[in-house]
Design a protein around this ligand. Structure first.
Ligand code: PMP
Length: 361
């Protein structure tokens, strides 16, 4: 049998494994922070009609500038943003990769504050960018002083701020973002993948964009919008920032089907986001009930909860899986992470955790 070692693979990729959480068929999957509510049927019909129209023109390449989609995303975000402020790609992972292709690369570096989204160092490695792991304050918080001091010291070309932070759920203040921006001449990305789950009226980095051309705010339709399977991520920034990303994107990177599906979904924003309140309610319920089971949840502005006090995370993970509930061991000793699901799924998780008990951990 031929093995990877037989191929002339880049030496920095040797020995690595592909990233990805287990994709297991289980009754209750709460491991990748998806929106577990299906798309409402009337919206699905509209998306199908939009796709059907797009199929008739699949002989042609799609709109390379995805103009309609950028306009729809700008309108959704508000804050005076226009189509030229918006960039999109196949998931925000691809948007972040394009940011590193444009602004990172060999001889350049990316700073993030761990524990944070585990794709950041992987995107760095894939683009030959040096990853710098910054640290956080107690309880995974990130104060303006802590962040700015490390930004000044690291002199990184790019800083990724995850707000709220995955896997900890920790919200991030606008003060920390402006302190970081002022402490660097480099690019600052605020990854707001979970922004819609923040309390109503919570601050967003979108308000900081005017006058800050090195700042970009990345978002996704994968979470609140229940559109993970369609792969649509996007960012908002100064139009000159999107010009930079155009230099590294593949031509026609967003298929006509993706554009058609996303535009149709965005025409139904209210219905698509109707479940966000429910999900926030289930997240709050998890936070309220975990202490009674002997665990310590962290404050979360997202659709998931990190909790500590787990003696043996792998054993608890396995015991829950045996009960049909899949959650996530994010590699933080003594901790596990669970996504807030439907009310029934959340009940299944809490019930299984109570049955598994601390003895199982
Ligand atoms: N950023 C964060 C913080 C995430 O948690 C995720 C998904 N887990 C992403 C970006 C990527 O999401 P997508 O590529 O589906 O838009």
């Amino acid at each position: 049998m031929t093995s990877l070692d037989d191929l002339p693979l880049r030496s920095d990729l040797r020995g690595l494994s592909p990233y990805g959480a287990p994709q297991k068929r289980v009754p209750v999957a709460l491991n990748v922070n998806e929106n577990s509510h299906p798309i409402p049927e009337p919206v699905a019909h509209d998306i199908v009609a939009s796709l059907a129209r797009a199929v008739l023109s699949l002989n042609r390449y799609p709109d390379r500038e995805f103009t309609g989609l950028r306009g729809a995303l700008a309108q959704y975000l508000g804050h005076g943003l226009r189509a030229e402020n918006i960039w999109a790609a196949n998931g925000s992972n691809e948007v972040l990769q394009q940011v590193l292709q444009a602004f990172g690369g060999p001889g350049r570096s990316l700073l993030g504050f761990v524990p944070t989204y585990s794709m950041y160092p992987i995107l760095a490695s894939g683009t030959g960018t040096r990853w710098i792991a910054g640290t956080r304050d107690a309880d995974f918080e990130l104060s303006p002083a802590t962040a700015a001091e490390q930004v000044r010291r690291a002199k990184a070309d790019i800083v990724f701020l995850c707000a709220p932070n995955n896997p900890t759920g920790t919200p991030l203040s606008l003060e920390t973002i402006t302190a970081v921006y002022d402490a660097t001449d480099g690019i600052v990305i605020v990854d707001e993948a979970y922004a819609e789950f923040a309390p109503d009226g919570a601050p967003t980095a979108l308000t900081l964009l005017p006058g800050r051309p090195r700042l970009a705010v990345s978002r996704t339709m994968s979470k609140a919008f229940a559109f993970a399977g369609a792969r649509v991520g996007y960012l908002a920034a100064d139009p000159v920032f999107t010009d930079a990303l155009r230099l590294v994107r593949l031509p026609y990177h967003l298929s006509a089907l993706t554009q058609a599906a996303a535009v149709a979904a965005l025409a139904h924003t209210a219905e698509m986001l109707a479940m966000v309140d429910d999900i926030r309610g289930q997240r709050d319920r998890i936070e309220q009930e975990l202490p009674g089971l002997g665990y310590r949840p962290y404050r979360s502005g997202s659709n998931f909860v990190l909790f500590g006090g787990v003696d043996d995370p792998q054993a608890t993970f396995e015991a829950l899986l045996a009960e049909g509930v899949l959650i996530r061991d994010v590699g933080i000793p003594g901790h596990l992470r669970v996504s807030a699901g439907t009310e029934a799924e959340t009940s299944a998780f809490l019930g299984a955790l109570a049955r598994v008990g601390r003895a199982g951990s």
